[in-house]
Design a protein around this ligand. Structure first.
Ligand code: NDP
Ligand code: OXD
Length: 295
């Protein structure tokens, strides 16, 4: 509250009814759609995370700028998570955990990172940072995005037509796509089948984007049939992942409860206040979200 520097902060719904003082901004994370109905004329909307799929009740609105968290702390956390997950899978940690339980000493063959190809779906703020971190370890990194890149630290394939070619050349697929109408269910059986077809070897999947972008039944089938050798999964549809979901019981799957990159209030509140200050001075900082595009 002190950080708000004299501005009134109203917590909804805990603080009860509020006759909006004009102008006001909304700071929101997975709010009940009634929230937006109660405050229909915001000066700006701030997502309290990087993802903005939770803002779907505002789709079609163009009368205010929308901002998301872009924060080095959050980005670094995602790069950490993806690096951990890639090493966990490529360095065969599930096998050692299993061997340890059985007291088995049996060193397997081990590929160098430089021979492992990691592909990133979505090379935005998170995807590019994760790719850079993976490159530092020596992985061969490539990416896939909607639009072509000028100055990417690794090759980026653009557009739907380029997807099969991108997939055929990778061993570890990392999903960092936002959830939009176009990306919903995009990672499906066809994607898993093409993965790494240019070279025989192990194939892995990491998902820290959104659960809805993956056809979960296809993922389960790919893990059960050996099309995929393992996965590290942070996001699901629905969340929490129901206790009877087969993914929980799979030895080749590591599940984390949507913790890849948590927003830290200590770093995001000053960012929001900086933008609010600019709005108060009449400058409209460039919106970081395009609601029509969905991210
Ligand atoms: P950005 O908006 O910066 O990047 C999104 C990327 O996805 C861009 O490269 C974009 O392409 C690409 N993309 C979007 N739609 C398509 C499409 N139809 N086809 C191909 N590429 C597409 O997002 P961030 O990198 O900051 O974050 C990504 C997601 O990660 C968030 O939306 C959120 O869902 C998730 N997240 C998860 C967290 C967790 O704890 N698990 C924490 C934070 C974020 P282009 O560059 O061409 O626009
Ligand atoms: C986010 C998230 O989008 O935590 O920031 O998933």
């Amino acid at each position: 509250m002190a950080a708000a520097q004299g501005r009134k902060v109203h917590f909804w719904p805990h603080d009860g009814a509020f006759a909006p003082i004009t102008p006001y901004v909304l700071c929101t994370w997975k709010a009940d759609p009634r929230f937006y109905a109660e405050y229909p004329t915001p000066r700006a909307v701030f997502s309290l995370g990087a993802g903005v799929d939770h803002l779907h009740p505002l789709r079609g609105r163009t009368d205010f700028p929308v901002y998301r968290v872009i924060d080095p702390d959050l980005t670094a956390r995602m790069a950490e998570y993806v690096t951990f997950a890639a090493l966990f899978l490529h360095r065969q940690i599930p096998l050692y955990l299993q061997h340890q339980k059985q007291r088995i000493w049996d060193p397997p063959d081990q590929d160098a990172a430089s021979s492992v190809r990691v592909g990133i779906l979505g090379t935005g703020v998170m995807g590019e940072a994760a790719g850079r971190a993976l490159q530092m370890i020596g992985y061969q990194v490539s990416g896939w995005a909607r639009s072509a890149r000028q100055n990417s630290p690794f090759p980026v394939h653009a557009g739907k037509e380029a997807l099969p070619r991108f997939l055929a050349e990778i061993d570890i697929l990392v999903n960092l796509l936002p959830r939009t109408p176009e990306t919903t269910g995009l990672v499906n059986a066809d994607v898993f089948a093409i993965l790494g077809t240019q070279r025989t070897g192990k194939k892995f999947f990491i998902n820290a984007g959104r659960g809805e972008t993956v056809a979960q039944k296809d993922l389960i089938a790919a893990l059960q049939s050996g099309v995929l050798n393992g996965a590290v999964l942070d996001v699901f549809s629905p969340e929490p992942l129901p206790a009877d979901n087969p993914l929980w019981g799979m030895d080749n799957v590591l599940i984390t409860p949507h913790v890849a990159a948590d927003s830290n209030p200590a770093t995001i509140v000053p960012q929001i206040l900086r933008h609010v200050g600019e709005l108060e001075r009449g400058a409209i900082p460039l919106p970081t979200v395009d609601l029509a595009r969905g991210y």
